[in-house]
Design a protein around this ligand. Sequence first.
Ligand code: GLU
Length: 512
Amino acid sequence: MNREVRVRFAPSPTGGLHIGGVRTALYNYLFAKKMGGKMLLRIEDTDQNRFVPGAEEYIMQALEWVGIKIDEGVREGGPYAPYKQSERKAMYMQYAMKLVNEGNAYYAFDTSEELDAMRKRMEASNVNFAYNSITRAQLKNSLTLSEDEVKRKLDAGEPYAIRLKVPRKDEIRINDLVRGWVMVHSSAMDDKVLMKSDGMPTYHLANVVDDHLMKISHVIRGEEWLPSAPLHVLLYKFLGWEETMPQFAHLPLILKPTGNGKLSKRDAEVGGFPIFPTEWKDPNAATAAIGYREEGYLPEAMVNFLAFQGWNPGTPQEMFSMDELIQAFTIERIGKSGTKFDINKAKWFNQQYMKLKSAKDLSEYLKADLSKRNISCEQNKLERICELLKERIVFAKDLWNEGKSFFEAPASYDETVLAAKWTTEAVKVITEFAEALAAKSSVNADEAKTVFNEVLEKNGVKMGKVLQALRLALTGVGAGPDLMHIIELLGKEEAVKRIKTALSILNSKVIV
Ligand code: GLU
């Protein structure tokens, strides 16, 4: 029977959503859409201690920014609502009770002080403490206490947790769609808490119950959850849901740029790149953390970049729109090993997407920067400037940085270029060029070039020897878009004026 593909992204609202989380959401989305299935967003907020106000809204808004559309979720609703675990609280106890009644879970009455004391005792003899099939026999639970005692405690309202009774000898096998067969012996597992004393389920129970009730077909999540998977498989088995258990796909880690370990917030700080998709204002932090959006990354570039952090299409094609990714995506092509995070690749993608933009689109970005400075410019000219700058920018903000000399005369001159290129020869050529330009009624780029060539020829100088000095005079820097087009766009008057100003200011700097 072909089952409807239903996947979920199930973040806990414990802070801003990291870029790695966005990748997990993206892979879920691509797979769902490829298979004609549904994408769910479930908020896993059972750990009230770690709840951070604003995180839930942030997650939704960040997914929206990259263009991941949710079919069922907190905002969207859906047939299995509510999609927030704290609102589903009442549903979980019955499943915990089924496990208790069938002997697959038990009540544990140990206080945290008692467990700490036990942990310390064991550690003193160099043994790590785990609540498991061996230690449970010495602890205070419904397997060691008499039935009467358990009943008395429960009736008296004593706090308890419900723990999974992990079989002592069992082999749990998982056929992970990314990693292949994973086998874990139950002796390596502990009796995880399923229900806490506050009546809230833990992640493990709530996650499995909800995946089952929401008819999830595939669990696609980060590799850090792989150690929990055997426990989840046991739960499916004990709850009698093995037949419809979702398939698992654990995604490879996104590694630090050095490749040593998982990418962290700290790596982002050190590397000078964002870790969050959009600005995240942690209510407990003094300042907001800037996101990829604020840095100037386009959502389509981020999607393309993130898709490649752990997956590849198996062809040399690198540029993929969301729709193309949906077409091309398969779980089989997700890599097993972690991918080093490479911010330069993100920049490269952004650059490619900026290049695809029309001059009109680019002019809108530039206009915003101009209006901040009270500079106005005619639309046609703006678009011509953007066309020239297109090849030179990575981010929208570079339009201003690279193009400010179209709007402002240089306020200073690059010292290095000056020291290397402001020669007697250059000054002579530039002076004559300014005079020749001034004699014309107007010049376009081609005409400016002809005039320049004539002056060069007359002086027997090669263009390469003086071009940078001319650029310096016109723009203050040593590199930029085609100089003759700059002259055309500045207009003859302004070009001549700038050259004359440079000649007089830099008079004393000539290298002989
Ligand atoms: N709530 C878990 C998280 O924060 C979900 C893990 C899973 O997808 O099962 O990532």
